[in-house]
Design a protein around this ligand. Structure first.
Ligand SMILES: Cc1ncc(COP(=O)(O)O)c(C=O)c1O
Length: 440
């Protein structure tokens, strides 16, 4: 007994360790978190973070709209609100979704604290421990964290340069069923994928919906980047062609402000009711102030014109990233050309481990996220995610130049000493892979 530290005593051991719920086993700090503290120093070019670049927002317009909101409607904005979210904002959300071909009723929209909370609520109402969630390979790290914390089994499905591969999806579903497990939904990011940067090809969309319908699998369509395409009109959402089998998630984080923490779920009617109950038990209601501030911004400002400006700014950064990669990266690397969003996925030469290389990259004053962060099953070491959303075009070029230098010395080392690492992940050159689907 003597060597058990007293509660609250200053020790690095956690005296509560035996008491946590089993689900906390999946809640682990990222191994690379400490490195990112270093990576945020100004001398380091961070190609790691996915922070939206809000430098172009008209702060005077936002400030005036919020001031006016408090002056005219303060007692409502500063009060609790409805668990489902502000009705005016839900109306406006339907206008936003119409740009992607979705005809929805505001009654079927639930406002959430960012779309991150929507992922959490959907998982909360559908998943028991051991249930399977199908995810692209790779997938959004924040969603993987939610699935882990609800003790789901993530099964990755292969992608290529045209997004999720329908045949890989069909095979994965059959393999999971053969293994006697229950699939609760397919979590997919069809547009300007985080982290892969790819977009689901139009001809694959009906095919993905058909497969899910045939196997009675719900689709969770996460689309925070949908309006940030560089060269085209918004792409028609999966939800636009399938109302009953799709829950659609949207967010104002990338098109207005992540600090507002306002996102939403559009769900079939019965699911919507459960989501509201889950929202009420989690938070009582989403914040009235944020919702009304977003609503005031949408009313006071040319938000579509603002998004157009953002797209141009991100396109310029994407172009800077592409030409730097072309100019500096070793020939054995490969990457895709994102048509929108924030990210590019780089496949490294065989034998290079992106996670092992990260400390050396940070020492050389450049940071990225190793591919392993985006897989639930330890794959991804031969890849990395680079983001082009935040640094200036000049900094992006400098960051890629430094990264290429680190890679070249790493390749020399490998040549001298030899090493192998699995390279099974999204291969933008060959166009097909299907990791992690074999449960047999
Ligand atoms: C694919 C994806 N989904 C959801 C989110 C969460 O966004 P938010 O909670 O800010 O709406 C992000 C944020 O980076 C994302 O990339």
């Amino acid at each position: 007994m003597d060597n058990i530290p007293a509660r609250g005593s200053h020790t690095r051991l956690d005296s509560y360790v035996d008491r946590y719920a089993a689900r906390t086993a999946g809640m682990t700090a990222s191994e690379i978190r400490a490195l990112f503290a270093v990576a945020s120093r100004p001398e380091v070019v961070s190609l790691a973070g996915g922070m939206p670049n809000i430098s172009g927002l008209p702060l005077d317009v936002v400030g005036a709209a919020i001031g006016d909101l408090i002056a005219t409607n303060g007692p409502v904005a500063l009060q609790y609100g409805s668990g489902q979210g502000d009705p005016t904002l839900r109306d406006q959300i339907c206008d936003v979704m119409r740009l992607e071909g979705i005809e929805a009723h505001p009654d079927d929209v639930v406002v959430t604290i960012g779309s991150q909370q929507a992922v959490d609520l959907v998982t909360r109402i559908f998943c028991d421990p051991g249930d399977v969630v199908l995810c692209e390979a790779p997938s959004y790290v924040g969603a993987l964290g939610v699935f882990k914390s609800f003790q789901c089994d993530v099964v990755h499905v292969g992608m290529d340069a045209d997004g999720l591969v329908p045949e890989a999806l069909d095979q994965a579903i059959r393999a999971v069923k053969r293994a006697g497990k229950t699939i609760k939904f397919l979590y997919t990011i069809p547009n300007f994928h985080n982290p892969a940067g790819v977009t689901l090809a139009p001809e694959r969309r009906p095919e993905i919906l058909r497969i899910c319908r045939e196997h009675d699998i719900l689709v969770l369509e996460d689309n925070p980047y949908g309006l940030l395409g560089f060269d085209r009109e918004p792409i028609r959402a999966l939800r636009a062609d399938e109302a009953e089998g799709v829950i659609y998630l949207g967010s104002f984080s990338k098109t207005f402000s992540p600090g507002m923490r306002v996102g939403w779920a559009l769900a079939p009617h019965a699911v919507r009711e459960k989501l509201v109950l889950a929202q009420e038990s989690a938070t009582l209601c989403p914040p009235s102030f944020s919702q009304m501030a977003v609503s005031a911004y949408l009313t006071a400002h040319d938000w579509q014109g603002q998004i157009k400006q953002m797209r141009e700014m991100y396109r310029e950064r994407r172009d800077a990233m592409m030409s730097a990669l072309d100019d500096f990266m070793p020939a054995a690397c490969a990457w895709n050309r994102p048509e929108g969003g924030f990210f590019v996925w780089v496949s490294l030469p065989p034998g290079i481990d992106a996670k092992a290389m990260l400390p050396r990259a940070v020492t050389a004053r450049v940071a990225y996220v190793p591919g392993t962060a985006f897989f639930a099953d330890g794959f991804g070491s031969g890849s990395m995610r680079l983001s082009f959303c935040y640094p200036t075009p000049e900094r992006i070029r400098e960051g890629v130049r430094r990264l290429a230098g680190v890679l070249e010395s790493e390749m020399e080392l490998r040549e001298t000493f030899g090493a192998t690492s699995p390279t099974h992940e999204l291969d933008v050159r060959s166009g097909y892979n299907s990791p992690g689907t074999d449960l047999g």
